[in-house]
Design a protein around this ligand. Structure first.
Ligand code: C2E
Ligand code: CA
Ligand code: CA
Length: 573
């Protein structure tokens, strides 16, 4: 700016003292690497000086020659520079604009200052033209570092968030949709562990380039970190619909990526999708929602895509909250056991009690195991919780046995993670011994899911436990994969028929047929059958009729706290 003022003063002086004109011209040229153009409105005289010839191969002597300058510029910049060169039309005093030349490499900056007289008529103007190519390229480098990821060449997270913000703003105006895809390579750690980090980097790089090939005006792709990418699609439809892009991603699995060491890797990805405005109107929340469902896609077997919906967020937030509170509860042992009685269907005598855990939260509210056990199973808290259940139920058992001398079986639910611990068998046996309990009065309840994960290992452990006298019960029979084929391979004493069968038994003929054959089969295999969730006299009568050995359910007794069990035993004396 000062430079411009200086040049104007110089030119004014030059105009006044025509004799010194040549000298001053030289001075002006020497002091600057820029090209200058001076225009006097009154005299309609235009002169160029400074490094004009380094910039332009033509002279400009009249304002209509400005078009020669404009012709050198890339079209998209020309209009703005034209307005600037005739700045007096807007009545402004000063303005500047950058423009790239048609060679696409060279950048000029135009700066204009107009002097106005007292009546606001323009007196003269000076135009300064600078070559800013070098400055621009340094800026570009800095911009690259700030906006791009070095490994993949994709946008980085920050820039992605900025661009996604633009998408969302536009979608708000145009009432469009923006889809955000959170993409995570499956089993990336395995690749890193088995092939090394250099190869891992190459996979990330190649996958990034592959995803980058979807980039367009309406699709932005970024590398978030490690093996995570994000894609945002503006107005997804046609060949840029989420389904089409996911189909392309799936097709790439078969082809795989050829690495520089000659191996071909076939990478699958788990994808979570959240859409503006349905999932959220905030950019960061959209990314979070897509991440949440990506984990859901991982949990349900990887190599798949899941869409976000609102109840999922609630679920997720609840899970996080429960997880945090659960840690505290484990620490403080804020759990209680309730016990539900089981009766022989023919004699109505007490057969046993199932220990069912409840969590008493800080507001003294009971939280159902259906809510927190699945979370504890995921984050490992089930190990200390499960140990507490075993200890507490054995302690209660020993106490009742001492006080009331009743024979009954104590059933304890066991999770798959507990079962997989190396010391699972010895831990239970130690506690049974320590309490001086007869092992045959303790029963563990396992579900089929335990067996599916590691059949042989679990089978071995169950055989050892059963050899020592502990009873084994198969819980929730009929809900999972229910393969009858493994039944005779396993050391089982009891089979618990799931409540969903009992529910339908009076109304559904085919359920009756299946149930009758299960009871029959259990009987012939020499196991004991227990029907769970029996709520009505009619259900009870039917189960008695088909020969189901044991009944458990609200009809005969709800799960109750230890004090109530005490009362029950006291009455039986
Ligand atoms: P489960 O092992 O199948 O337990 C039976 C569930 O059915 C119990 O729910 C019980 O209260 C309920 N129930 C019993 N009779 C009836 C009935 O007539 N009607 C209805 N509607 N429900 C009935 P609860 O106590 O909420 O436990 C739910 C599940 O949580 C259990 O299902 C079990 O899978 C798990 N669980 C409970 N305690 C433990 C534990 O100590 N360790 C582990 N690993 N899991 C546990
Ligand atoms: Ca059970
Ligand atoms: Ca059950």
């Amino acid at each position: 700016m000062d430079e411009l003022r200086y040049q104007i003063d110089l030119l004014k002086a030059m105009n006044q003292k025509m004799s010194g004109r040549e000298k001053m011209f030289r001075l002006a040229c020497d002091t600057s690497n820029n090209a200058f153009l001076y225009y006097d409105y009154e005299k309609n005289s235009l002169i160029t000086f400074g490094s004009w010839n380094d910039f332009f191969s033509f002279p400009v002597t009249e304002t209509k020659d400005f078009s020669l300058i404009l012709d050198m510029l890339q079209e998209e910049y020309a209009e703005q520079v034209r307005e600037l060169l005739f700045l007096e039309k807007s009545g402004e005093e000063h303005g500047s604009a950058e423009s790239c030349l048609k060679d696409k490499r060279t950048w000029y900056e135009f700066e204009v200052r107009v002097n106005y007289g007292e009546d606001n008529r323009p007196l003269d103007k000076i135009i300064c033209i600078r070559n800013i190519t070098k400055f621009k390229s340094q800026n570009e480098e800095l911009r690259y570092l700030a906006y791009y990821d070095g490994l993949t060449g994709l946008y980085n997270r920050n820039y992605f968030v900025m661009l996604l913000t633009d998408f969302v703003r536009q979608a708000e105006k145009e009432k469009d949709i923006v889809s955000v895809l959170f993409i995570n390579l499956d089993d990336f750690r395995k690749i890193n562990d088995s092939m090394g980090m250099v190869v891992g980097d190459e996979v990330v790089q190649q996958y990034g380039q592959f995803l980058g090939s979807f980039s367009s005006r309406n699709i932005i792709v970024c590398h978030m970190n490690s093996d995570v990418y994000c894609m945002a699609i503006y107005d997804p439809c046609g060949n840029r619909s989420v389904e089409t892009i996911y189909k392309n991603i799936q097709e790439k699995i078969t082809e795989g990526f050829l690495l520089s060491n000659g191996t071909r890797v076939h990478v699958t990805v788990s994808v979570g999708v959240a859409e503006y405005p349905e999932a959220s109107e905030s950019v960061l929340e959209l990314i979070n929602c897509a991440e949440i469902v990506m984990y859901k896609a991982k949990a349900s077997g990887k190599s798949q895509m899941q869409y976000f919906n609102a109840p999922m967020l609630q679920d997720f937030l609840q899970t996080v909250e429960i997880e945090n509170k659960l840690k505290q509860a484990v620490f403080n042992k804020n759990f209680v056991l309730h016990f539900q009685p089981q009766y022989y269907s023919d004699t109505k005598k007490l057969r046993g009690m199932e220990a069912l855990i409840r969590w008493r939260d800080e507001n003294n509210q009971m939280i159902s195991p259906m809510v927190f056990i699945p979370i504890a199973e995921k984050n490992g808290a089930i190990i200390p919780i499960g140990n507490w259940v075993i200890e507490e139920s054995l302690r209660c058992y020993k106490e009742w046995k001492r006080k009331y001398g009743q024979d009954f079986i104590m059933s304890i639910n066991i999770s798959s993670l507990q079962c997989r611990k190396d010391n699972f068998v010895s831990h239970i046996m130690d506690l049974i011994d320590k309490n001086g309990i007869d092992a045959s009065e303790i029963e563990i309840e396992i579900t089929e899911s335990i067996l599916i994960e590691d059949f042989e290992e679990v089978k071995e452990k169950l055989i050892i436990l059963r050899d020592q006298g502990v009873r084994i019960s198969l819980d929730d029979f009929g809900t999972g994969f229910s393969s009858v084929s493994y039944l005779n391979e396993l050391p089982i004493d009891t089979l618990k028929i799931d409540k969903s069968f009992v529910d339908k038994v009076l109304t559904d003929e085919s359920t009756r047929i299946i149930l009758e054959s299960i009871v029959n089969m259990v009987d012939r295999l020499g196991y004991e059958s227990i029907a769970e969730g029996v709520e009505t006299e009619e259900q009870l009568a039917y189960l008695q009729k088909i020969g189901c050995a044991v009944i458990q359910g609200y009809l005969l007794g709800r799960p109750m706290p230890a004090e109530k069990v005490d009362e029950m035993f006291a009455k039986m004396l």
